[in-house]
Design a protein around this ligand. Structure first.
Ligand SMILES: [Mg+2]
Length: 346
């Protein structure tokens, strides 16, 4: 389906004007239905991802709904391909829906099923806008939700444009808030070093994906040359890529994307790896499930508040005083708004 994104998400690597979503329902033999959604950035990928979810889902019909069993089965079927990219996203979505079903059957919120408890998770306002005036207006709105940390995407122009965007954000949120920037992989390594050094007086919390996400050596060179911490992780397809990045010394933080790292099951494997390496863990998108996961993650740092699915959810994420509570209802907190689902179905 194509759900509305208002305002659209702008990045130096292109704009996302609508939310292409795949909604997943896993129905157990005793009638429990687990939900999850996948966001695939561009509508042109939607048919392929939908088909993958349907085909992989059909392959495990009649088997166990235990997430680890399903995950092992699906990975086994894709071993010869090496399940990165869309197959990993499809497996992650099915995994999240299975965990939701297991939590509903146990009549427990996901956070309690995982051994944690609902507590406020500090979040940061992740801006969708990049133009200075729009940044100012959006940041003022986010400040009203009580955030004390913000991230803005930069890199659409030159260094002076980056400064202009940061100044607009700082003007809107005041002198105390923590600020981060995201280049969305768009800078060559030498240019990344030049810009991050030039922005060092901004005392940024982190700089995210300054160069190509698959260039771990390049990120390690940048990290060695600048004083601002480097944030990586939203593009890791699974724990193996995360481990390779950490081994290369590519970043200072880990940003886990539950739909790329392998679902809830993958996150639970990734979090101890980050902890052992001393990397604080933040989340990328998927605030409902990520809030529960950060609540049980050692070294949990910040939750990203950037909600792409609120248009089809019955209870969109709620931020209070700059923090988000994991859902306290049975399941992961994902519940469809049936009328909206019908409206945006494609
Ligand atoms: Mg990013």
């Amino acid at each position: 389906m194509l759900a509305p994104l208002d305002p659209p998400v702008q990045t130096a690597a292109g704009e996302v004007p609508v939310a292409p979503l795949v909604l997943i329902d896993v129905t157990t033999s005793d009638g429990i239905v687990g939900h999850a959604y996948l966001f695939c950035y561009t509508p042109s990928v939607l048919p392929a991802l939908t088909s993958l979810v349907e085909e992989l889902g059909a392959a495990v019909v009649g088997t166990s709904a235990a997430p680890a069993t399903v995950e092992a089965d699906l990975r086994g079927r894709l071993r010869l391909l090496r399940p990165q990219g869309l197959p990993t996203m499809a497996i992650s979505g099915i995994d999240m829906a299975c965990w939701d079903a297991v939590a509903r059957r146990a009549e427990l919120p996901l956070v309690r099923l995982l051994g944690g408890e609902a507590r406020p998770i500090r979040a940061y306002g992740s801006l969708r806008s990049m133009a200075p005036d729009a940044v100012r207006a959006e940041a003022a709105h986010l400040a009203g939700l009580g955030f004390t940390a913000y991230k803005v995407k930069v890199g659409a122009g030159d260094l002076s444009r980056d400064r202009e965007v940061l100044r607009a954000l700082r003007d809107a949120v005041g002198p105390v808030a923590d600020l981060s920037i995201d280049y969305n992989q768009t800078l060559p390594v030498p240019e990344a070093i030049r810009r991050i050094r030039a922005l060092s007086e901004e005392n940024l919390l982190w700089v995210e994906e300054p160069t190509r996400a698959d260039d771990a050596a390049g990120h390690a060179r940048i990290r060695a040359a600048v004083s601002t911490p480097i944030q990586l992780g939203e593009s890791w397809w699974g724990v193996d890529e995360m481990t390779a990045s950490i081994t290369a010394g590519a970043g200072d933080h880990a940003m886990l994307d539950v739909a790329r790292i392998g679902g809830v099951t993958g996150w639970l494997r990734a979090a101890p790896v980050a902890y052992a390496a001393g990397l604080p863990v933040s989340s990328h998108l998927w605030p409902e499930v990520s809030a529960a996961l950060l609540a049980v993650t050692p070294g949990a740092f910040l939750l990203e508040y950037l909600d792409v699915a609120s248009g089809v959810l019955r209870d969109p994420v709620c931020v209070v005083d700059g923090a988000m509570m994991p859902s306290e209802r049975p399941g992961s907190g994902v519940e469809w708004h049936d009328a909206a689902v019908e409206r945006y179905r494609c």
